[in-house]
Write a protein that binds this ligand. Structure first.
Ligand code: ZN
Length: 406
């Protein structure tokens, strides 16, 4: 049910928007007579329907709005909303039928016509009719060139088809129109699209274009992270190890809580530069500024173990376990280190005492917009298609009695 929330608030806004847009034409000349168009909206069914809609009770909302539509068969916006609700219930065929019927009405206002086409386009997109969806949205834009919903839907259609160029162009158009007002979010999404363009350039081995795209993305929205990683990768492949290191370090400055995404890269690069101690210093700095950063502890433990300091590694790893007893990777590294220490009995006992209450869990990453869960960090949600919407779900840390001094 949670999936409906963003959609339904949009639906309610649309419904109220249409109603407000038509306030000026409360009375309408219909077959030679002035009729009061507020009839349907004054019906108790309409208000009930809105209430159910706001409470995510789709079936009840359909029932009440259906009644309201009977009171005034002219009320096109109520039919459009009904169609949308059927679509959200998965009855896309029925939604298409309703929206097409609305569009066949002879006396639609331009606003009603535009919204009807928009609804139909979303139906087609949901049903997988890409071409018909694109046509519908193009028609909406012909009537209303800066229609935000149509532009966003077209952008998503292109993204689904991995047509990053077209998606980027539409996004630029949205920025120019300042349709959404949320300037930062625009810049962020554009940076993600530039990042995709950069990756395509990497694929066709056009290094110059790739670097240009990644740099432009970073400049546009320094908080968007993948371009740093990929820019560093290109520099690294070109043999510019110091430049790559500088890029990845900028990445960590931009997002210390995601530093782990650059750990393997930096660890290898520091070693290549003949300065492996820099990695240890980096991990310790992160542990100091973010005491709960268990990944920096695991990385440091692994690094120390690889350089023969198994005993120091074990202590650091145990502190990682205290911060996150739920991640399987921590236990695996600890067992590797214990093996290096010939399964030293005292240490094995310390480990067992501390891991008693560990619960393993998967899919800790969660989309803030639609609650989709994923094992790995994703930059674009496969369910609601939002960019940069994932956070990491955290379980509570181990109980205090499990704590050991580090
Ligand atoms: Zn999502």
């Amino acid at each position: 049910m949670g999936d409906y929330v963003p959609l339904l608030s949009a639906l309610v806004a649309l419904l109220l928007g249409l109603a407000a847009g038509k306030a000026w034409e409360r009375y309408k000349l219909h077959e030679g007579r002035w009729i009061d168009r507020r009839k349907a909206r004054q019906s108790p069914h309409y208000i009930q329907g809105l209430n159910f809609l706001a409470n995510n009770q789709i079936d009840h909302a359909i029932e009440e709005l259906g009644q309201a539509a009977h009171v005034d068969a002219e009320a096109a916006e109520i039919h459009m909303i009904l169609g949308n609700l059927y679509r959200e219930k998965g009855q896309v065929g029925r939604a298409i039928e309703i929206h097409q019927r609305v569009l066949q009405r002879p006396r639609l206002t331009k606003l009603e016509h535009t919204y009807g086409l928009l609804c139909l386009g979303v139906d087609f997109r949901r049903a997988g009719f890409v071409d018909r969806a694109r046509e519908a949205f193009a028609e909406v834009l012909r009537l209303d060139p800066s229609n935000e919903h149509a532009l966003l839907n077209l952008q998503r259609l292109h993204e689904d088809q991995r047509q990053w160029d077209e998606a980027y162009r539409i996004r630029q158009h949205l920025v120019q129109e300042e349709v959404r007002g949320a300037e930062d979010r625009h810049q962020e999404i554009q940076a993600f699209l530039e990042n995709e363009l950069g990756l395509e350039a990497v694929k066709r081995q056009d290094t110059t274009a790739a670097i240009r795209s990644f740099e432009r993305a970073i400049e546009r929205a320094p908080s968007v992270l993948p371009p740093y990683l990929h820019l560093g990768d290109v520099q690294h492949r070109l043999g510019q190890v110091a430049a790559a290191v500088a890029t990845w370090e900028r990445f960590i400055d931009a997002a210390p809580d995601r530093a782990y995404l650059a750990f393997d890269r930096l660890s290898a690069a520091y070693t290549a530069l003949g300065d492996p101690y820099r990695f240890e210093a980096l991990c310790r700095r992160l542990m100091q500024t973010q005491p709960q950063d268990w990944r920096a502890r695991v990385a440091l433990g692994r690094h120390l173990a690889a350089h023969g300091a198994s005993s120091a590694a074990f202590d650091v790893l145990l502190s990682a376990l205290r911060n996150n007893p739920h991640a399987l990777s921590v236990h695996q590294v600890i067992w590797e280190t214990l093996m290096q220490l010939d399964l030293d009995r005292a240490r094995v006992r310390r480990y067992m005492e501390q891991s008693q209450n560990a619960v393993f869990y998967r899919d800790p990453h969660i989309c803030l917009r639609c609650r989709y869960r994923s094992d790995e960090l994703l930059w674009r949600c496969p369910h609601c298609h939002e960019w940069n919407s994932f956070v990491e779900d955290r379980l509570s840390p181990a109980k205090e009695r499990d704590e050991v001094a580090t």
